[in-house]
Design a protein around this ligand. Structure first.
Ligand code: CA
Length: 231
């Protein structure tokens, strides 16, 4: 049986929420509308969605605050967040990604762009058809349980960082360009800029803590995961 992906739409403007919901429904998604952070929190506690569409400008807690909160909580950590922003400027987009969003879309957006991005985050999030464990030095990743540990200590990673780390560990000691990483990790990167890779690598390094230097920047070429960091 095909499951209908649930999309939690956190948007305070009813007209926009309605437009998004209608388009999602017509394209095989189940939209759930929450007017603010509190309503969204209630929905998240009831049933977890497959993806959260989160407006930046909300009454009460902002989308940025909510993204940070949900990314830090065990229950919601793995749910991809697609941030909706009315501002087009770069620092805000980066702040959104830093807060834990997986992607962003800028208002006004076309229905096709919205659907493409929702599908892309869902594809990225789709579990790898593997239950393998990957090990590199003292860093271990278990794809079956979604756990990552370094020297036996559990680490907290967002869904994109997890997938990025999984790929880098499976192909360790090799240099991957940003474009290659977008192809292999993001899959559908029609709307994603190469700079997005840098943002997620930065977040991955932070999440890895002491093992962060295992993700090396190879100047002019890209990134490499190594068991023997030079720095
Ligand atoms: Ca709004």
């Amino acid at each position: 049986m095909k499951t209908v992906p649930r999309v939690l739409v956190v948007e305070d403007e009813p007209a926009i929420a309605e437009l998004i919901a209608v388009n999602l429904r017509h394209n095989g998604f189940q939209p759930i509308w929450a007017i603010d952070g509190e309503a969204a929190q209630r929905e998240l506690e009831a049933v977890l969605p497959d993806v959260i569409l989160l407006d930046w400008m909300l009454p009460g807690q902002s989308g940025l605050t909510l993204a940070k909160k949900w990314r830090s909580q065990a229950r919601t950590r793995q749910v991809p967040i697609l941030m909706i922003t009315a501002r087009g400027d770069e620092p805000d987009k980066i702040a959104g990604l830093d807060a834990g969003a997986d992607d962003y879309i800028t208002k006004p957006f076309s229905t096709q762009e919205l659907l493409a991005r929702v599908r892309a985050v869902l594809r990225r999030r789709a579990p790898e058809q593997t239950t393998e464990c990957v090990k590199l030095d003292a860093l271990e990743l278990d794809a079956a349980t979604y756990r990552v540990s370094y020297q036996g200590q559990g680490l907290k990673l967002g869904p994109t960082e997890f997938k990025l780390l999984h790929y880098l560990m499976k192909h360790a000691e090799r240099v991957h360009s940003r474009g290659q990483l977008l192809d292999k990790v993001w899959g559908d990167h029609v709307f994603i800029e190469e700079r997005t890779v840098d943002v997620h690598v930065k977040r991955l390094r932070e999440a890895l803590g002491a093992a962060g230097n295992m993700v090396e920047t190879v100047r002019g070429a890209g990134y490499r995961m190594t068991a023997t960091p030079s720095a």
